[in-house]
Write a protein that binds this ligand. Sequence first.
Ligand code: ADP
Length: 270
Amino acid sequence: MTPGVRPQLTGAPVRLRDVHIDYSDGPAARIDLDVEPGEVVMLLGPSGCGKSTILRALAGLLPITAGEVTVDGKPLAGPGARCAMVFQEDALLPWRTARRNVEFALALRGVRRAQRHVMAADLLEQVGLEAFSGHLPLRLSGGMRQRVQLARTLAAEPRVLLMDEPFGALDAQTRAEMQRLLVSVWERHRATILFVTHDVDEALLLADRIVLLTPRPARVSRIVEIPEPRRPGWQFQPDFARRRYEILAGLGHVSEDESVPLAERKGVTP
Ligand code: ADP
């Protein structure tokens, strides 16, 4: 981002008020949450607790049983361009090149043919894929396909990005690249982001706030605020490790004792 240039605020506030989501075999989520415009909120919780269920309900793909969801102050009413979902498995059209996948999303938004080409080229440049715009998805790596997916999602100009473990299938290095890319894209667009992950480090690196969820039905058990979110190099600072421990303890993955170095634990002789 050019120093001194403030990005336009495009993210919408999202409010979940006593939201109940049920499946036929019982409750899946019970959520109260306020997300600020342009905020990055990471949802962390045990597998099967209901994280994807919450995102699918916000995307309008799943009905809520009770309560209210508002986006930009208006009740959510089915799938719409305001909330766009990025899935872990890419959902690109395999017979269309990267550029034509992005152009398709622009066409759905009603952008005229003459403008689509230029806008698609710009979006692919933002995700670092300008050299691959003529490639079919089959000829792109997993990370590249996720970049196209991100460009295609941005083409819909969503106010809220819903990301369901989008980098979960990528190797560690590609995943780190995608995290950096997402931050740079977000600095430009400032959409509100709700992002589901299993990865505590990913949550810490990207979040303004991390919402810890209980086992099914998912309820908010704790919210961890990140001071100075996304500051470069903070994963190497003691504060990062402290919060990492706080989160793992919140999820029940470590006991109190494990925060203490081995040699200092009661009954442990060095
Ligand atoms: P998470 O994303 O946290 O791993 P999900 O939201 O995918 O969890 O699922 C929450 C729970 O609901 C799980 O126990 C899952 O088996 C169940 N579930 C998911 N989808 C359905 C469905 N369509 N019908 C019934 N149960 C479902």
